[in-house]
Design a protein around this ligand. Sequence first.
Ligand code: F6R
Length: 244
Amino acid sequence: VYKDQHIASKNVANRIVNLIKRKQKNGETAVLGLATGATPVEVYAELVRMHREEGLSFSNVVTFNLDEYYPMTPDSRQSYVTFMYENLFDHIDIKKENIHIPDGTLNKEDIADYCIAYENKIGELGGLDLQILGIGRTGHIGFNEPGSAPNSGTRLVTLDDLTRRDASRDFGGKENVPTKAITMGIGTIFKASEIILMAWNTKKASIIKKAVEGEISGEVPATYLQLSDNTEFVLDEDAASELT
Ligand code: F6R
């Protein structure tokens, strides 16, 4: 638990930087699982600053994003592709071919094969070294909404009504928020060597309490992280305020 989200974000950024540098020294690739949304914005800003001011290179970094709305064109304002380029990729030296974000433009019948290929690509690179997560007010991680299975893989899912309501401002009304998304599964996330879940503000306090202290259940998918030995919750004081 950190005093505020600025200090917390800097710490998470430093963890990512240390991983990248350690891998660089060994001539290896750092495989990162990334999230979108408000929560990681300052982490990405700090990574951009380190690239600009301290010469941090991302040439050995491969990324896999957790999710994308479906359907969604990459050039839409609300796409997670737009988010990732605006907040991170446009400002660092990552190779374009090393960036992976679920494709929101697929035909429905091609999604299942695409999802298997997404999983396989992560596996071929030796798995995710570090997965960054936010948490939704439904308890979702990625877009694994209540009812998700602990061994679920990358797949097409239906978004919870609360998740669509929370996204409504970005889309100018809930009715414009896609009803579906492609997301990595709980099982995919669990295979990462390290997992960091971040949450800020009192808005997240009650779901953080459930995730950390509640009964493990598919009703709050983030509770599955209680079973993981390599997950850390990074919180500000407000998000931690309901923890006992
Ligand atoms: C985004 C994602 C979601 C968000 C969650 C919290 O890629 O996977 O699980 O992390 O909805 O969103 P914010 O950070 O906007 O509160």
